[in-house]
Design a protein around this ligand. Sequence first.
Ligand code: NAD
Length: 530
Amino acid sequence: MEIRLTEADVRHIVESVLRNIDQRLASATAAQARPEAAGGCSVRPAAPAGGAAAGAAAAAARPSAPGVVNGGAASRAGDLGVFERPEDAIEAAHRAQREYVQKFGMEDRERFIRAIRQAALDHKEGLARRMWEETKLGRLEHKVAKVELTALKTPGTEDLETLAVSGDNGLTLTELAPYGVIGAITPVTNPAETIINNAIGMLAAGNSVVFNVHPSAKNCSMFTVQLINKAIINAGGPPDLVTMVKEPTMETLDVIIKSPLVSLLVGTGGPGLVRTILASGKKAIGAGAGNPPVVVDETADLEHAAKQIVLGAAFDNNILCIGEKEVFVVDKVADELIFHLLNNGAYMLGRRELEQIMEFALVSDIPGARPSCSGDEWRSWHPAKEWIGKDARLFLERIGIRDKNPELLICEVDFDHPLVQIEQMMPILPIVRTRSLDEAIEMAVQAEHGNRHTAVMHSRNVDNLTKFARAIRTTIFVQNGSSLAGVGYGGEGFTTMTIAGPTGEGLTSARTFTRKIRRVLAGGGLRNIG
Ligand code: NAD
């Protein structure tokens, strides 16, 4: 017999069996615990947490980390989770995690998460502005929306489910336990949102986290980490459950990767990052690059498709990994789709205008390369860093068009054009006409380059939708909506900022950051059906 229990059910059942053991463990822990040596965070908890006697003991005592990770140097205090040295950030996160799991229960975790959500919502405009001013990427109003989305739709402890199996031999529970300290690496494209999203999921699962953030977003990331620490501390939790390195570099990342106190690595970014963490020899969750294609067939509601395509591709100037990056439309309906795109905020670049934009917005490793490529030649093209995530209007101004302010630029190109093949993260959407649906699907699969990330299709034909979904095998497949629906923005389901295509976890949430452990009551224990 197999039944699924909520966390509360399981606690209730096992409580009676484990009460005696718990009491003995609690007194042993209290005897071993010693006051924190270094000053730690300057803000102290407003009230003892964790309920009754255990909470009071927790506020006074914090066990030390086993093992020295900093070559013997004394650990230095952080500033609300921000540390000069990675060793100290790791050690503090380790200490906090031990306290977290020993002194605080599920209800405490949920309280801290509620506090993080509220802090993010209270500061959504400020966080968005900081990200926008520091990274100079994307659009302010969309960053506000992303912060709100992560605060409201990232799952908390409700995501953790215990599996119970009972039979003649007794009861077996499969529970979701924390890893301990997680090393997390975040991108420049969603800096605060990824920290909020990762922190909620990782803390819900009982972990602490040390971040190595993108250097070009270190200040807004620092603000976010401090905001989260303040929220947890004010809710009665321990400091340093979320830490970061003040000046993140490849060297600081290396310290995190190699630290014996870090049990799991979670990387959100491009292919170089994913390769690095997968080569670490540690358990690693890699959320990598995408190049999401859109297929439009002759049965689609073309006006609706156009609106959704503009929404997804123009959102935050297309710096999102899930954003629509290229369109394959069957020739029969291409003109009508383009007509609706133009009616919904897109601007069609003429051939000469596109050539002018190519000259400054894309660069090739091959001197004098033309804007077309075949075979693996597309890999030589890269978006010019200073043009990633810029407003469509600025591209036009640069080529002398000053009276237009479109949401999105579109252009008609061939399949082998670099704009189709590379993840360019600019509000320029290339459109390729195809002779048939089969050709559109074949091209879309090639343009996705096996990232297994995201794809979108607009069609009213279920067979066609199924055909493309089976061919492309992406983690996210959106039908008749914008790519944003795939992360719960205008679509059902939870949100994440870490979509682990390369390592297969998919849309990450609290349960992704857990180890499955088995607890067995043998000999017919708790089996009382008679
Ligand atoms: P990036 O790869 O340049 O940087 C991401 C992080 O990895 C940064 O902290 C950076 O310092 C670090 N990093 C970069 N190269 C590294 C290497 N070789 N070894 C170790 N660490 C490295 O990416 P970005 O420009 O910050 O973000 C955009 C990229 O991230 C896009 O490719 C986008 O598709 C991807 N992304 C994916 C997801 C997802 O959920 N799959 C989410 C957001 C962004």
